[in-house]
Ligand binder design. Structure first.
Ligand SMILES: [Zn+2]
Ligand SMILES: [Zn+2]
Ligand SMILES: [Zn+2]
Length: 230
């Protein structure tokens, strides 16, 4: 038995698992983390997968479920993602960067439905800061959209420190670490409703929605009904 092999096997057993070989076909490197049944990759392949997903890693890789600061190669936005999430988006071929993704979502609404999903004009700073802080975030910067009202917000969670890019309607639901309460959500949705686009509502059908302001719901009415039913 080769001595170093014996000791590395022992080490891996002590740590409570077996070090797998990287899941990339043909790659012989040891995987950078352990999994029971899912694929696991080496550090080189983690960076390659992130690169193919349009991201640069800005922090050391700790584990597939740890938040990692990244930069989008296309728009330069720096936010945290989990490698697990990046891997999933990589597998389904969807862009990982939420800034690029939501910008495209705003454009698609115009080209597919002829209406926008943005707010009616610029939301006053006082309203914006009120909603963002009520929901447990701090505003880092506003990312302008193609049109006024299609802004995205780069925010930091006050509890866990995670930085993300969000639509205003998604901010209302709070960070995954500290979800907002029903009353907070209702108060914020009411404030945002005065900035909903009237033409969006008029032209609305099943496909056309106001999700920019109301998270997964099309109108403030739908959002309120869903909150009451919780
Ligand atoms: Zn590899
Ligand atoms: Zn981007
Ligand atoms: Zn958080």
């Amino acid at each position: 038995m080769v001595p170093w092999r014996a000791s590395s096997l022992l080490l891996s057993l002590e740590e409570g698992g077996i070090v797998k070989v990287c899941s990339t076909p043909g790659c012989e490197n040891p995987a950078a983390y352990r999994t029971r049944s899912k694929p696991a990759y080496c550090l080189e392949c983690i960076d390659r997968i992130m690169g193919e997903s349009g991201l640069v890693r800005l922090e050391p890789f700790k584990g597939p479920r740890d938040w990692m600061l990244t930069r989008c190669k296309r728009c330069g936005v720096e936010v945290h993602y989990r490698f697990e999430y990046i891997l999933h988006k990589h597998e389904i071929g969807e862009p990982v960067c939420r800034a690029c993704y939501w910008k495209q979502w705003f454009r698609d609404s115009w080209t597919q439905y002829g209406v926008g999903q943005g707010a009616r004009g610029m939301i006053p700073e006082a309203v914006l800061l009120d909603v963002i802080s009520t929901c447990g975030y701090g505003l880092l910067n506003v990312i302008p959209g193609d049109k006024v009202g299609e802004e995205l917000y780069r925010v930091r969670c006050c509890s866990c420190g995670r930085i993300s890019v969000e639509r205003l309607g998604d901010i209302v639901w709070g960070c995954t670490c500290s979800k907002t309460a029903r009353q907070q959500r209702k108060a914020c949705l009411k404030k945002l409703n005065s900035y909903a686009r009237s033409e969006t509502l008029a032209a609305m059908d099943d496909a056309v929605t106001g999700r920019n302001l109301f998270g997964p719901y099309r109108t403030v009415k739908e959002a309120m009904a869903a909150l009451d039913a919780e």
